[in-house]
Write a protein that binds this ligand. Structure first.
Ligand code: COA
Length: 500
């Protein structure tokens, strides 16, 4: 124990070390937890596990607020144990997804930049316990986070009680890469002084009122690696189209070969598309994103990216071993910030980001569905995609043109759930090609989307839909009774493709 205690430099806290089971016993039915964790990185692990153990003998439910999705099966185990009443603002676990879609868990799907505002303003349930994974607690009472920041700082500031999980397995070299900034109350704020991706504007840790620290738990469980898949033929083609688009922007003089700060969404497709920049002519790039996935470190290694700012680092198993084992190399090229800063609309607009996110599907006018399969079943959530899409210099959405071996076209007449309206979407990309929608009226968009993005197996069917829609007229022509017929066909006949 003694050698661990040097991680608690605020001496008055050293006698607050308890077991995870004891700390979890303070959490009562109906309480609200603010857990650290952002896309599988830096999540509180010991207390959620202890709660799951407690659920074997006791019935209770809590509200679980986080930064974003959790790793280490925390969302899965809590969902299966039946202890989650409400979940905010993002998740990505199949077991939790099932419970959400069955109506057993109330999921509030929320822009990742905005949850902090709700907490600050008292809009949602007050946080009873913030549970924060940390590297250490400094002498002056700051929590040094681990591989993510997420909503941890706002949870700590507003929670009634704080439990700190000091994780001895997280890389100690992360000390110094965090930049914690508290914007203050709305209406009483100064401009956020961030004008460059690399600007440091806050403190290296999260200030905590020591009186609120109820307990400290030691853990050694590593983050769980990401499950992203390697590039495949289609994602490489998408990356190729995106590069061609960026080259056209450079040729037009709107960008240089340094591009503009890049944001890239979660998942295999976004990672693969970003990876396509490794062998490109673009150089001295910067990343201003919410998550740093494998591709960003490949770009740093290749000397292509000079600085990256985000809220978390989420890597595959192999990449994690390499990056965490050699972190000195990256220390001065990375900052981790609260998600309300990484996803801040004003900063996104100020820096002029190129924003690349993955859609489930988009429609012939450019509306994007990122979240709801067939308009009803939640996949993961909107995450930060809305924060970026609305405010970026270039709002780009990528998706493969077909899913599930072609029974689904990911370009449809009308999306049955809209996360990003046609007003927020600049460029759509599939493995077939890209459509640049900027400056185009709805009727100008459709032929380009059909010919450049729709899979050939669905192209004729889409042309027929649009021809019929044109007969009805309007600024944005539709055959309303057929607008969702592709999804209805999928539900009834097992495919969106009409038989001859
Ligand atoms: N209809 C139904 N299912 C579809 C689909 C469609 N049009 N398009 C893809 N899918 C399915 C895939 O078949 C795959 O299913 P599987 O898990 O059973 O294999 C699944 O959706 C994931 O698709 P994939 O092509 O592997 O992409 P991904 O891993 O990159 O994830 C999203 C894509 C949209 C689910 C993911 O990016 C997401 O949740 N986005 C919203 C949040 C966001 O954008 N955050 C960004 C800010 S960081």
């Amino acid at each position: 124990m003694d050698n661990k205690l040097h991680r608690i430099k605020a001496m008055e806290l050293q006698d607050r070390v308890v077991s995870a089971d004891e700390a979890a016993s303070w959490i009562k039915d109906g309480m609200t937890l603010g857990l650290s964790g952002f896309t599988r990185a830096g999540d509180a692990k010991a207390i959620p596990y202890a709660l799951v153990r407690r659920a074997e003998t006791e019935q209770f439910k809590v509200n679980v607020f986080t930064g974003a999705s959790l790793g280490s099966d925390v969302d899965k185990l809590m969902a299966e144990a039946g202890i989650v009443h409400k979940r905010v603002p993002f998740q990505a676990d199949p077991a939790m997804r099932r419970k959400i879609n069955n109506g057993d868990i109330m999921f509030v799907d929320h822009h990742l930049s905005q949850t902090a505002e709700w907490i600050r303003a008292g809009v949602i349930e007050p946080i009873d316990f913030a549970v924060i994974e940390a590297l250490e607690i400094t002498e002056d009472g700051m929590i040094i986070p681990t591989t993510s920041v997420g909503n941890s700082s706002v949870f700590v500031k507003h929670a009634k009680n704080v439990i700190i999980e000091i994780n001895l397995s997280q890389p100690e070299l992360f000390r110094g890469v965090h930049d914690i900034y508290e914007p203050g109350k709305q209406g009483q704020r100064s401009p956020i002084p961030l004008t460059h991706v690399h600007d440091r504007i806050g403190t290296i840790g999260i200030p905590v009122d020591l009186e609120k620290v109820r307990g400290i738990v030691f853990t050694e469980q590593a983050d769980s690696p990401s499950t992203i898949l390697q590039s495949d033929e289609e994602t490489e083609m998408m990356a190729g189209h995106l590069l061609n688009f960026l080259r056209a922007e450079v040729a037009s003089g709107r960008l240089t070969n340094q591009l503009a700060p890049l944001q890239s969404g979660i998942g295999s497709v976004a990672n693969a598309v970003l990876h396509g920049l490794v062998d490109s002519e673009f150089h001295d790039m910067e990343v201003y994103s919410e998550v740093l996935q494998d591709a960003v470190f490949d770009l740093i290694d290749a000397g292509k990216v000079k600085f990256a700012s985000a809220s978390s680092i989420t890597l595959s198993k192999e990449k994690m071993a390499q990056v965490f084992g050699d972190f000195e190399k990256y220390q001065d090229k990375i900052l981790l910030r609260p998600q309300e800063i990484t996803n801040h609309p004003g900063i996104i607009r100020r820096l002029g980001l190129i924003s690349i996110n993955t859609a489930l599907e988009f429609d012939i006018y450019g509306n994007v569905n990122s979240t709801h399969v067939s308009g009803t079943r939640m996949m993961n959530g909107i995450g930060g995609s809305g924060d970026f899409a609305r405010n970026a210099r270039l709002s780009i959405f990528v998706t493969k043109s077909i899913a599930k071996e072609g029974i689904i076209s990911s370009v449809v007449p009308f999306v049955p759930h809209v996360d990003h309206t046609e007003h927020d979407v600049d460029i759509v990309v599939t493995e077939q090609g890209y459509a640049d929608l900027r400056g185009l009226a709805p009727r100008e968009r459709v032929p380009i989307i059909i010919e450049n993005c729709v899979h050939p197996m669905y192209r004729e069917q889409m042309r027929a839909y649009y021809a019929e829609a044109l007969l009805r007229g309007g600024q944005t022509p539709h055959v309303l009774e057929k607008a969702f017929s592709w999804h209805a066909n999928l539900a009834t006949n097992g495919s969106m493709l009409l038989s001859e």
